[in-house]
Design a binder for this molecule. Sequence first.
Ligand SMILES: [Zn+2]
Length: 86
Amino acid sequence: MKRQQCPCCDFYTVDSEDEVIVDICDVCFWQYDLIAHELPDKNIGANHISLNQARENYKLFGVCKQEFRHLVRDPIEEELPENNMG
Ligand SMILES: [Zn+2]
């Protein structure tokens, strides 16, 4: 199964066979938002935080927003980038 990479935490958390991706990443709690992905410096859409800020938070706290810390989990084997090459 082909998976899609989360733009925030870089793990492959989404099944790309879904036609419309409306999903929240289990690893960083970023909500997929194609417009926000195009404008990573803008605070728009459902996340109420810019993608770049979310990435920064993930690096620091392991979650895109600290308030969601209790909702995230570690990535599983099949979500690791090295297992999704090619
Ligand atoms: Zn993520």
